[in-house]
Write a protein that binds this ligand. Structure first.
Ligand code: NAP
Length: 262
């Protein structure tokens, strides 16, 4: 009988898996049969996601760590290998960059943004690569449309995402040689805790309701609606499924049409 679960037996690391997009991806890939290694800083939040996965009949282990620390990504790979003996998929999702007036942002703010999202992904991918190569595995990075279309408030996020997009392309080229699939998804506005904070800040700044602030954001972005974490998870599941194996080096905007340029 054909395998009903496309990712059955795939050992999958998801970073930033305790909330938002990473959590939705972890839950979805687990439903598709993957065994998930969940990583983020807060152990309690990770345990809740692991419990949800297990309640749905899936398998998950948690690794609580700060991925800004230079040694953390290699330790995450070691934890995955110790627990499961292999790695098939790495989803680089953890990221947190400070928004704001460029002239108020410090070098430390820039370095912090790069430490997690860029160097965290570089180090994790490097450490996992031999295992991915051995299993003809996949890397998927969740980056962001700000890498293509930066903005005044997004000097750090745009720079970090631009670097991540370039890194994904370089890695995809290495992946052709080594049999590793590499792709990226650029989310637009997705309803997560971070997005909610942005809506609240705008509402407070302008003295308007949360709903009005949300409508302003949707109008300014010129999109039909805000995306849900599950929208990103659905695309991630497709990109990582055996059906998408020809996809290599793709940088896919998932933004409700916000990116207007080619
Ligand atoms: N939401 C959007 O609209 C949007 C748009 C474009 C791109 N993105 C990108 O999508 C990714 C996920 O965004 P999100 O909105 O889902 O974020 P989120 O809700 O803020 O979740 C971030 C995740 O990363 C973890 N994390 C944060 N700092 C960490 C650290 N130092 N070490 C390890 N884990 C850390 C968090 O858990 P802990 O705090 O417990 O560590 C959490 O699990 C990010 O890379 C973001 O840039 C999001």
């Amino acid at each position: 009988m054909a395998n009903a679960k496309p990712l059955e037996g795939k050992i999958t690391i998801v970073t930033g898996a305790s909330r938002g997009i990473g959590r939705a991806i972890a839950l979805r890939l687990a439903r598709d049969g993957a065994t998930i290694v969940l990583a983020a800083r807060t152990a309690e939040d990770l345990s809740k996601v692991a419990a949800e996965i297990k309640a749905g009949g899936g398998a998950a282990t948690c690794v609580a760590m700060d991925l800004r620390n230079a040694d953390a990504p290699a330790a995450l790979v070691k934890a995955a290998i110790d627990a499961h003996g292999a790695i098939d998929i790495v989803v680089n999702n953890a990221g947190a960059t400070k928004r704001g007036d460029f002239f108020e942002l410090t070098d430390a703010d820039f370095l912090d943004g790069f430490a997690l999202k860029f160097f965290g992904a570089v180090r994790l991918t490097r450490a996992a690569w031999p295992y991915l190569k051995a299993r003809r595995g996949s890397v998927l990075s969740i980056i962001g449309i700000g890498g293509r279309t930066p903005g005044a408030e997004f000097a750090i996020g745009g720079s970090v995402n631009g670097a991540c997009l370039s890194f994904a392309k370089a890695l995809a080229d290495i992946g052709i040689r080594d049999g590793v699939q590499v792709n990226a998804i650029n989310p637009g506005r997705i309803r997560t805790g971070r997005f909610q904070k942005m809506v609240e800040a705008q509402a407070a700044r302008e003295g308007i309701s949360l709903e009005a602030a949300m409508q302003e954001i949707i109008g300014k972005a010129s999109i039909a609606r805000v995306g849900e974490p599950e929208d990103v998870a659905n695309l991630a599941a497709f990109v990582l499924s055996p059906e998408s194996r020809f996809l290599q080096g793709a940088l896919i905007d998932l933004d409700g049409g916000q990116t207007k340029t080619v």
